[in-house]
Design a protein around this ligand. Sequence first.
Ligand code: FE
Ligand code: FE
Ligand code: ZN
Length: 275
Amino acid sequence: MVFIGCHLSVVNGYEAMGKQMKDFGGNTFSWFTRNPRGGKAKDIVAEDAEALRDLLKKEKFGKLVAHGSYTMNLCSANLSTRANGVDMFQNDLKRMEMVPDQYYNFHPGAHTGQGVEKGIEQIAEGINKGLRPEMHTTVLLETMAGKGSEMGSSFEELREIIDRVEFSEKIGVCFDTCHVWDAGYDIVNDLDRVLNRFDEVIGLDRLKAVHFNDSKNECGSHKDRHEKLGQGMIGMDAMKRIAMHPVLSGLPFILETPNDDEGYKSEIAIVKGWF
Ligand code: FE
Ligand code: FE
Ligand code: ZN
């Protein structure tokens, strides 16, 4: 049993994404909670959200992994960018209550010259402004490749953020295989050691979802360019070992590979074939 799916577009609504993923052969998916480049979010129609919830139950889908906007930067040096990021975060979490008990993943942010310490503090502050105890969503920090001043490319940084989150049971991590590799963790030759390290620093109980991507670049490149499964520097053997690693069993695996619909269908079939 594996939960595998890919990133979808919300343009036709929520139930439509569930139907599309069923058609793709998958049983989880991700989507942008708003235009990835920012802007005002569309309201969720209550009936549409309910129809998706019914479908998820009926088709026994795994947890979904919503994705926050790329423009949301909780630790920007620019005050209005930062405030805007907190607004988006709060608003996204409110709307996620229409599709309760799922994951909301986002890029921790880029400190834009303020330094790592400031970055950690401001990200945690933003999260604490958005998360309320009565909410039903688990927020996930995405492991990042470490481009520029991007935060979250080391397990230690993620841990520092998590430590400062007030409602600790509502925060976890999404493990992006391309990003982790680009950040310098050798998941090809040393997967067990990387996962052990994750366990020591963050704790495997925090690991809630996987972005399942090959990488165009080598380990430690800090580039963040995704590749199709098996066609990048991680390669199919290592991707298979990751998917089948007992420690990651039962987590939602989301493909964010450069594919069209047919490409996604075939990658979903490949992963299902391993089980
Ligand atoms: Fe992402
Ligand atoms: Fe990702
Ligand atoms: Zn990426």
